[in-house]
Design a protein around this ligand. Sequence first.
Ligand SMILES: [Zn+2]
Length: 494
Amino acid sequence: MRECFEVRDTDAGGRIGELTVPRADVTVETPALLPVINPNLDTISPRRLATEFGAEILITNSYIIHGDDTLHERALEEGLHELLDFPGAIMTDSGSFQLSEYGEIDVTTEEILAFQHEIGSDIATPVDIPTPPDVSHERAEADLETTQERLEIAEAADTGEMLVSAPVQGSTYPDLRERAGRHADGTELDVFPVGAVVPLMNDYRYDDMIDVVAAAKRGLGADAPVHLFGAGHPMMFALAVAMGCDLFDSAAYALYARDDRYLTVRGTRQLADLEYLPCSCAICTAYSPDELRALPDDERESELAAHNLHVTFAEIRRIKEAIRAGNLLELVEQRARAHPTMLDGYRTLLDHAAQLERSDPVSKGSFFYTSHESARRPEVVRHHERLERLSVPDSLLLTEGDSPRSDEFDDSWRVEPPFGPFPRTLSRSYPLTAEVPERTDRAALEAAADGVARLVDANPDTAVTIAHRGWPAGVLERVPDSVDLVDLQSDDGR
Ligand SMILES: [Zn+2]
């Protein structure tokens, strides 16, 4: 077990956890948002972040402080917590972003780690190489080797109680991301940022983002706290949490405010376009859109940033509550409807349902079938796997109708979309208690037919009959030929 991180509750790949930050003497509950503070200008002061927004942790850039004579001196003299006036945990970045933007920086990993330690950072970052998406495999691999060398330097450095992060790189190559995750997990380092995903998010490539995170997670193992580096839009938090991300950092709240952009969980709006403010935070209830637009630039930027932060923190709380209630995937389904690329992200998440199934709780409160994507949820995957292990009699009726009165069959099981067949004794156990719409869709029927096929394939000597309510021919094609078919809706049905 990693000593600094404990998982308390899970749902799909998402978890509520506790990140212990010894140097700050603070325990941060995850999923957590780290507002980004630019040490040169704060749109919202760190003290306000703590008192007004409940921020337990923030992130700032040690490279900027290192390179600015005044800040450098003050940080060494007063310490980072005094300098920023923040009572919670402070994570620092290392200049890797500047490296990716400008091609070079003037510090080494040893120097910047020592500096982060000296100024009192609680979670430090080595200088990794953020390889952009879609470069050649060769380059991504070479960059990764450099990053891994830096992690080994960081591991050997004397950093005391300070936690140190181990960024996971590898561009858009799942094999490299997985290898990077495994290597990082094998170090003594503490927090695991999945790096260089910002270009993917800027291009709305949520499908690729999910593949990258899924690969990193396969390498990292279940007890590693994962930070999605540079991800600050609340629209995609639920999706990323469901794939197993625990920490997010937001510069978006301030950057967007500077451009008069208003964050919502369904996307970004221009303040100029808003006739109503669809939010009930302190800002949105105090102003009309016209009043907000009429404010002086500085004030408007600060008020918009405050709204953006309120929305962002509220979504984090909503996600935690969804994990507690066991309906995180229902929340992800709602968010997936906000933008077609989010839907691609959710469908990609479901490509990894077997991976998610390993952390998904066996029992939850409810399973709501709310879209045809629900047919691919981890619970359905798990039920299909379980079907292979259930013992069956010599002859078995699977029926959507009532139990037969005759003793023509040794036993009769229920069959229900999207799960497929199950013994009646399981009908009150999760997820078979699912709420499914009356108007069953094709995806649910196909998943049920696949369940029948799994059961039949695992028990070739059992004579199986299925009594269905008018399943279309294309769905029945998924059922093995050996199965007798009875249509309950036709005249000769029983
Ligand atoms: Zn608001």
